[in-house]
Design a protein around this ligand. Structure first.
Ligand code: GLN
Length: 291
């Protein structure tokens, strides 16, 4: 191992779970707003221990490899790399999902998109659902799990991303999902009942892009052009040609884009346009139907 400045050098002598936790928390104190949680997640990842075992096995001695791995991950976390990319996973809708730097990290607010989709899909129907820009498959797989009689078409333009989504479906034994590569609606070859999407919608020059996890996430999953609405405009304009009569379009968008998305949907002839707020009371999801 190459020589590292303190406190990393100190960690090379760390031997127990308890000592590793204390050292890592100190090492991340300045750089991570969620240091304690991050460190617990990293130690759980390295040891395979549960959160409870971090306490009950406090005196467990770590191997040299485990210490070296922890050291490397803490260093990467100190540069801001998202925890989900370090552990290659994130939980969404009670599904543990594999993620990679080619996928957006699923956000808790996107569970609202799933909730609203479920509110629109009766429990016993055998609908076709399309998820555009599926990423690691979060929305598509949550819907496939909750509506086992439905057929879910999960679409993404990036083959590497689609590969992750496919593995996630396989891990959770969700066989009612089909994966298609292509841009937005293009791979759809028959009408569907509902189209859902969490497209990129951040403005290209949004100052939020300079801090936190987004710095490490792919631009193609985040950036929506000058006003953030490029992908949404494309989807709203074209989705109606892929929906059955009364078909539903449901989109996630930025907290300040609710009114713009509402009028876009109306201008394109959709009816029953409505928007829903996330737990922070921000407009986050818009829904509409085509006649
Ligand atoms: N909600 C994400 C964020 O604000 C953006 C996700 C997206 O562009 N679809 O970081």
């Amino acid at each position: 191992m190459t020589a590292m400045p303190t406190p990393y050098a100190h960690a090379a002598s760390v031997a127990t779970v308890g000592m590793a936790l204390r050292w890592a928390v100190t090492a991340l104190r300045k750089t991570s707003p969620s240091g304690q949680l991050d460190v617990e997640t990293l130690v759980m990842h390295i040891t395979g221990f549960s959160r409870a075992e971090l306490v009950t096995r406090d005196a467990h001695v770590l191997s040299v490899t485990q210490v070296a791995d922890l050291l490397r991950l803490v260093e990467r976390r100190a540069t801001g790399e998202p925890i989900a990319y370090l552990t290659h996973k994130r939980e969404f809708w009670s599904l543990e999902l594999m993620v990679s730097p080619s996928t957006l990290i699923p956000r808790p607010e996107t569970e609202l998109l799933v909730e609203q989709a479920l509110a629109s899909i009766p429990t016993n129907v055998a609908w076709t659902i399309a998820d555009l820009g599926t990423g690691c498959g979060a929305v598509a797989l949550a819907l496939a799990k909750e509506r086992p009689r439905c057929h879910v078409v999960a679409i993404d333009n990036a083959p590497a991303t689609l590969d992750i989504a496919r593995k996630n479906a396989w891990r959770h034994k969700l066989t009612n999902v089909e994966f298609l590569q292509g841009s937005w609606l293009e791979p759809i070859d028959a009408r569907v009942n509902i189209i859902v999407s969490n497209p990129p919608y951040i403005k290209d020059d949004d100052p939020h892009l300079t801090w936190g996890d987004v710095r490490f996430e792919p631009d193609y999953a985040l950036l929506g052009g000058v006003d953030g609405l490029d992908a949404i405009r494309h989807i709203v304009a074209h989705a109606k040609h892929y929906l059955y009569p009364d078909g539903i379009l449901l989109l996630e968008h930025g907290y300040d884009q609710g009114i713009a998305v509402h009028s876009l949907m109306q201008r394109h002839g959709y009816v029953n346009v409505a928007r829903h707020q996330d737990i922070a009371h921000c407009d986050r999801v818009s829904i509409c139907q085509i006649r």
